[in-house]
Design a protein around this ligand. Structure first.
Ligand code: BGC
Length: 733
């Protein structure tokens, strides 16, 4: 009997020790809390393995921990679609045939929709495309503030207002990350021009930094809970932003409690010591192993590779610095590739096309519409002339890192033909930009005068002319790596437009661009549509609006100046933009965009927040729920909005705050709330906008803190920053 019992005990022991051997390690257990998994993985890693996490292993990827089964990090651009696969060590395409993606509208268009729900849809859709392609970091969205219309990258960002950019970036991030893909908000910070972007040192006050240039990043971190952030190429107060102690350690990681990964912009690291100590976690793009002509540095010699390891081994760098970086990168991997809640993706699905079309429809802005030239329903006109290169040119290709290899792109001409029929469309190029050779523009071989003559001929005999022009994504236009040379339209489009107007009064201008352009003919044309870059569904969405199938509801996310010097950065001359090649001084301080126009009483060509509709809206007098409020309170402003026209449509009501008497310089008004409201023709609704009084604060430079002044404030309810429909005064105690 005893022998039998001993035998059973022995068997039980063996089986339980076998079981113990099969227990999943904590870091692999998706049900365990994130931080426990991170600590467990870290405790099993060698110093070499930790250092290997901190730098690239290819153009777009970095190592995992192969021995422990922790996967690599795979990043990809961003922010309008998932970039094609590139070669291991080079920027060139790898020639895969399974990476033709959906192109979504440019971020300027998303911002113009003023619709955070669409931003969520955008994020989810692009997140699914990234997930399908096995990417776990999406290099976007970009939230650098629109400071000058010359910036070649404005089309990748969310406009000139920190509040709008903040509200729009949060849902984008949430959408992407709900698919188990990390968003990487870029470029932190002050990357507001491409001229000398690799070294220009930005001089800006603390106040402008905190009030204008940082809020969208802060919202991304604290409300969007973004998992990674990209440093920018430029310098700030003498340090490159990819290893800038003030920006990365003090503000991002300490003030904002960011627990994600700081990734360099590609090639943005310059120095091991600063990279180790100043808050950088993952170094990308510093050159490769010699496979391209200008690159000598192999991945093992990256600033955060062997030089870092050596420094750790020699005791020069505290191991805690390495552990912190490794922890953050592990956290990112566990949040994405190794997460239990990671849905599957989708690629080029009909849902993505539909999402892209919807975002495009809502972002298109109607700038002018006299004599109701628009909309043009099918059958209204017999002959529609479509003139301009952008009617037929691909606008998803070019622009730098956001260039896309797409599954399809409906051009404006194709969209219009599908709607009106071949027999009713006559087309002429009108101007030619020339092909893009390695991003540079080659001169067109076509004769400019003959192109104009042919277009005029076509316009002469048409009932209406749709001119589809603007910028494109070649170098020195809307393109990374260089700024525009002037505010003017390129390729003599102004002359062409004047020539068309001489033979036909019914000219509709459709501007496809990511930037404001000068419009010397503005008073002579009856209709203008700002159509941005709209991605795969461009032609369909534009046609939806032109034909009236969709009522336009976009509002400008930045001001259009009449001339360049009216823009604040340019008003102060060259030191203010583009700088002296070493330094740039943001002399306009907090008065960026409409804050400048409205404070200085300069009339813009088209103001921030402006956009027309095919219907009209009436605003009742606004009321506040209280006349007096504490600095930690919230004011609710209500009014009745009526669609007073004959077409269903949407209006974005905007609430600005103004502080007439203040101890500090204040902008004439600042956006603090907005709401997009859809209303059937003839219908009314009560709209309430919530404004937290804390958002009235200014950044007190002396105290290094936000401060709400007591006293009188005026809340301005508007249909744009310049079309104020009503006011209400409140007292802050
Ligand atoms: C751009 C980034 C981009 C990266 C990778 C850089 O040149 O500034 O926005 O994500 O390249 O392509």
């Amino acid at each position: 009997m005893i022998k039998k019992l001993l035998f059973i005990v022995l068997i039980l022991r063996i089986s339980s020790s076998l079981q113990a051997q099969q227990v999943t390690p904590v870091y692999l257990d998706v049900n365990k809390p994130l931080e426990e998994r991170v600590e467990n993985a870290l405790s099993q890693m060698t110093t070499e393995e930790k250092v290997a996490l901190c730098h690239a292993q290819s153009k777009f990827s970095s190592k995992g921990v192969p021995r422990l089964g922790i996967p690599e990090v795979w990043t990809d651009d961003g922010p309008h679609g998932i970039r094609e696969e590139v070669l291991w060590d080079e920027w060139g395409g790898a020639g895969w045939t399974n990476d033709y993606c959906t192109a979504f509208p440019a971020l300027t268009c998303l911002a113009a929709s003023f619709n955070p729900e669409l931003s969520l849809l955008y994020g989810k859709s692009i997140g699914e495309e990234a997930r399908y392609r096995n990417k776990n970091v999406l290099l976007g969205p970009g939230v650098n503030i629109y400071r000058t219309p010359l910036n070649g990258r404005n089309f990748e960002f969310l406009g000139e207002d920190p509040y709008l950019a903040s509200r729009m970036v949060i849902p984008y991030i949430q959408g992407v990350q709900s698919i188990g893909v990390a968003a990487c908000v870029k470029h932190f910070a002050l990357n507001n021009q491409e001229t000398w972007r690799g070294h220009i040192n930005v001089n800006v006050s603390d106040r402008a930094l905190y009030e204008i240039y940082l809020p969208a990043f802060k919202a991304a971190v604290q409300e969007g809970k973004v998992w990674s952030i990209m440093g920018s190429y430029n310098q700030f107060r003498g340090e490159h932003c990819c290893h800038n102690n003030l920006l990365l350690n003090n503000i991002l990681k300490q003030e904002w409690n960011f627990d994600g990964v700081v990734i360099t912009d590609w090639g943005g690291t310059h120095n091991t010591d600063q990279a180790v100590k100043n808050g950088l976690d993952l170094e990308m793009g510093t050159y490769t192993n010699g496979l391209t002509s200008r690159s000598k540095l192999p991945y093992s010699e990256y600033y955060l590779a062997n030089p870092f390891l050596k420094g750790i081994k020699e005791g020069k760098y505290d191991i805690a610095l390495l552990n912190d970086k490794a922890r953050r990168i592990l956290r990112l991997i566990f949040r994405t590739t190794m997460s239990a809640n990671r849905p599957f993706g989708r690629f080029v699905s009909p849902e993505h096309s539909e999402a892209g079309r919807k975002i495009a429809q809502e972002g298109i802005v109607l700038l002018k519409n006299e004599k109701q030239l628009l909309p043009i329903p099918a059958g209204k006109y017999n002959k529609i002339a479509v003139i301009g290169e952008n009617a037929v040119r691909s606008l998803v290709i070019g622009g730098g890192s956001s260039s896309l290899k797409v599954a399809y792109e409906v051009s404006p001409l194709e969209g219009l033909i599908a709607k009106y029929g071949k027999d009713h469309i006559v087309q002429s190029l009108g101007y030619a930009s020339g092909p893009s050779m390695y991003g540079r523009e080659a001169k067109s071989k076509l004769n400019a005068d003959s192109l104009v003559a042919a277009a005029v001929d076509v316009a002469k005999n048409a009932d209406v002319v749709l001119f589809v022009g603007g910028l494109n994504k070649n170098h020195f236009q809307d393109c990374e790596g260089g700024d525009r040379k002037s505010l003017d339209l390129p390729f003599d489009q102004d002359k062409l437009i004047e020539a068309l107007l001489k033979v036909n009064k019914n000219v509709v201008i459709v501007m496809l661009s990511g930037n404001a352009v000068a419009m010397p003919w503005v008073d002579k044309v009856p209709a203008i549509v700002q159509g941005w870059y709209l991605g795969s569904e461009a032609g369909n969405a534009l046609t939806d609006v032109i034909s009236g199938d969709v009522n336009p509801s976009g509002k400008l996310p930045f001001s259009f100046p009449k001339k360049l010097e009216d823009n604040a950065a340019h008003f102060f001359g060259k030191l203010s933009y583009p700088g002296d090649s070493v330094n740039v001084y943001y002399k306009e301080d907090i008065l960026v965009g409409y804050r400048w126009f409205d404070t200085k009483n300069i009339a813009p060509l088209f103001p921030f927040g402006y956009g027309l509709s095919y219907t009209s809206f009436a605003y009742s007098k606004p009321t506040a729920d209280k006349a007096e409020v504490n600095s930690d309170g919230t004011v609710k402003v209500s009014f009745t909005l009526t669609n007073s026209g004959k077409t269903d449509g949407a209006e974005t009501a905007q609430l600005y705050v103004s502080k007439p008497k203040s101890a500090v310089t204040r902008a004439a008004k600042e956006l603090k709330a907005f709401k997009k409201v859809f209303l059937k023709a003839g219908k009314s609704t009560t709209v309430t906008l919530d404004v937290p009084v804390s958002s009235f604060a200014f950044y007190n430079e002396a105290k290094h803190s936000w401060e709400v002044e007591s006293g009188n404030y005026t809340l301005l309810l508007g249909s744009s920053s310049r079309d104020i429909k009503g006011k209400v005064n409140i007292q802050v105690k």
